[in-house]
Design a protein around this ligand. Structure first.
Ligand code: NAD
Ligand code: UGA
Length: 316
């Protein structure tokens, strides 16, 4: 059975990917530092199914200081998802942690992979496009991030390309577009919507709610990531978009319809670094490695609401 390293294995997407790989029969060594971006208990809960699995082992470690030797033993591929995510917290003093968890950690992972000839799949972000110059946005659109977070993710892509020239690092970069579903990070919009629904609190929309995202269901993102490891040509970059562009106002209406309840919504300031719109052109990943999204927004949101016990039929 293939053995892989998953960095950020306790995170939202990393834990989902780990479960999918274990279900396929892979052996996984996971590395995570359980950083303080959000509560450790949420990460422990996300990792609980993997911890039950005999083919999973965990190394708690901060990758900004290098990759531990035992994490690399017998590994044929590295899924590098560890990072400090989130657009809005990357301004001000928070930026230092983005430099460490994104740029320094990715540099260390690229060093380790390049030196040993281990294939690497990197989790990049739609945020590298900023307010994109074209919609739908193809991968060769000039990047122009408008948040410090987006700048670090673009820097990571460039770092990997530099390592590729120097050490022959074999890598594929995936630009995920706003991922959602069960285990979603607590700072993200849908998580907060669900929390407001369950707890009866207010959901604050940043701006007027006309911003839109190409929302991507987490199982689809995990499937794209596995396909990129298996079939992605060396040096390729792919958009991973769910094909479900929707405005935040439309999402609120859909949540209300699915839950059979009205949400308590208020409007605040537009958030700094927030792009107005994302929409992926996914023709490249479809034609080159045969990935396509399978979950539309209605059913994906239904899964997230059900996992949180917030569906009308679940009595929530
Ligand atoms: P997450 O915060 O849930 O997961 C990231 C994990 O990495 C966390 O468990 C954290 O503890 C770990 N980590 C952070 N810094 C580390 C370090 N220095 N050493 C070891 N572990 C460290 O985030 P997520 O939403 O699952 O995102 C996963 C990846 O996908 C990130 O690279 C993120 O930038 C990228 N991404 C996410 C989205 C999204 O919508 N969630 C969209 C685009 C790109
Ligand atoms: C998401 C992830 O959080 C980033 O890590 C990732 O890199 C990015 O997607 C990406 O696609 O590259 P974002 O699109 O901001 O970023 O995702 P959400 O946090 O779910 O926000 C979606 C929209 O809802 C944004 O316009 C945001 O401002 C808004 N929002 C969010 C609110 O109005 N209220 C909230 O409480 C939270």
């Amino acid at each position: 059975m293939p053995r892989y390293l998953v960095t950020g294995c306790a995170g939202f997407i990393g834990s989902t990917l780990t479960d999918a790989l274990l279900a396929e029969g892979s052996e996984i060594v996971g590395v995570d530092a359980f950083t303080d971006y959000y509560d450790r208990s949420a990460k422990e809960a996300a990792l609980a199914p993997a911890r039950e699995h005999s083919s999973f082992s965990l190394i708690e470690h901060d990758l900004s200081g290098g990759v531990p030797e035992d994490a690399l033993e017998g590994v044929e591929g590295i899924f590098h998802l560890a990072a400090r995510p989130g657009v809005r917290a990357s301004w001000g003093a928070g930026f230092e942690a983005y430099v460490s968890d994104n740029i320094l950690a990715s540099h260390a992972v690229a060093d380790a992979a390049g030196d040993r000839g281990i294939r690497l799949v990197f989790a990049s972000s739609s945020s590298i496009y900023g307010d994109a110059l074209a919609y739908p946005t193809p991968e060769d659109t000039p990047p122009s991030p408008i948040s410090p977070y987006g700048v670090t993710k673009l820097a990571c892509e460039h770092l990997l390309n530099a390592h590729a020239r120097d050490s022959g690092l074999e890598h594929v970069a995936l630009r995920y577009f706003t991922v959602y579903g069960p285990r979603q990070r607590p700072d993200m919009a849908f998580s907060r919507l669900v929390a407001a629904l369950v707890g009866g609190s207010e959901f604050e929309i940043y701006g007027d709610g006309s911003q839109s995202r190409d929302f991507t269901f987490v199982a689809d993102a995990a499937a794209a990531t596995i396909a990129a490891m298996r079939n992605g040509p060396i040096g390729a970059t792919y958009n991973v978009g769910g094909g479900s562009e929707s405005t935040l106002r439309d999402v609120v209406a859909l949540v209300e319809e699915l839950a059979g309840r009205t949400l308590n919504v208020c409007y605040g300031e537009r958030a700094a670094g927030d792009v107005k719109r994302t929409l992926a052109d996914t023709s490249r990943i479809r034609s080159e490695i045969g990935w396509e999204p399978h979950t539309d927004l209605r059913s994906g949101l239904g899964s997230q609401l059900a996992a949180a016990g917030a569906l009308a039929s679940s009595g929530g």
